[in-house]
Design a protein around this ligand. Sequence first.
Ligand SMILES: Nc1ncnc2c1ncn2[C@@H]1O[C@H](COP(=O)(O)OP(=O)(O)O)[C@@H](O)[C@H]1O
Ligand SMILES: [Mg+2]
Length: 334
Amino acid sequence: MKRKLHRLQDVLDTMPVYSILITKNHEVIYANKCFREAFGPNEEHLPCYKYLWGYNSPCPNCKTFTPLKTSKPFIWDWVGPNGKDYEVHDYPFIDDDGKTIILEMGIDMTEHRKMEKKLRDMTSEILLAEENQRKIFATNLHDTVVQTLGVIKMRLSMFDHKDVSKDHKDNYEEICRLTTQAITEARQLMQDMSPQVLYELGFIQAIEWLIDNVEKRDANLKVHFVAKNPLVFNKLARDVQILLFQSVRELLNNITKHAHAKKATVTIIGNKKKVKIQVKDYGKGFREHGERRMEGGFGLMNIKERLKYMQGQFTINTGKKGTMIDIEVPIQEN
Ligand SMILES: Nc1ncnc2c1ncn2[C@@H]1O[C@H](COP(=O)(O)OP(=O)(O)O)[C@@H](O)[C@H]1O
Ligand SMILES: [Mg+2]
């Protein structure tokens, strides 16, 4: 029996995670090697708060004993006195004397979290660089193609109808119409490329502007806008605002392109921890219901991938009565 116990302790000692047994009086009755190495030996059998932090009473934000109340395992994040980030798993454990104590395991996530943050920072840099590039491109487009088209239009208008021979009248009118159309298309392209409105108006007004635009383009569509606690959105980091703005734009464009809906709603809700956006339409739904169909589409896939790097969530609910897409992004405190 004793040999078996030793063997078990050997196994626990080789694990790269800390594991302890702790009573409800905060006494650590067993600690494996990883824990001892991270926090030092506890030869005087001090309660954990005294031994780890030098406190005289339990730590106010400790969640270790949650399983004693719920009888269920509990997972939470903890920063140790060594400054490391741990993912802590607490399990109810019946001791030899039949009393419930806690078996706690802690996985050192410090490096992992650092990598996550690095990845987030890199993604946000890429997003801003992309945005900058688009802004430059949009400005160039304006200064070249749009300007030139403007001059062509002006020159065309200088022709008097009398100057155009009867044979070319239709052609002339078609050229005028196409020139006007090309200017409108190039302007739309510029707006699509660089959300200038976002910089000029702020997030909420930029969304209202998108909705206005979409309603102008699709005369049969009415979009209702609901904003709860909207000021939170204006305070979001620039890259998050850009991503959310582009997401709403893509979702509204999808409604005009695919949904054949008469009615849609955009709801944005902010609180201290996260922001939520819901875009709902009362159209025909995805052709093949569920997310599978969406994999082919670049627009939705792009939003989903980019949200992932911001720890965001993206859910699609679609059916014969329409489509509801929910986006959630946690507010990062840096
Ligand atoms: N609101 C919607 N209503 C119905 N179908 C939709 C809607 N949004 C997207 N879809 C379907 O999902 C597909 C993928 O969308 P997306 O990734 O934006 O690609 P794209 O718009 O370029 O086709 C669309 O081709 C369409 O079939
Ligand atoms: Mg699309």
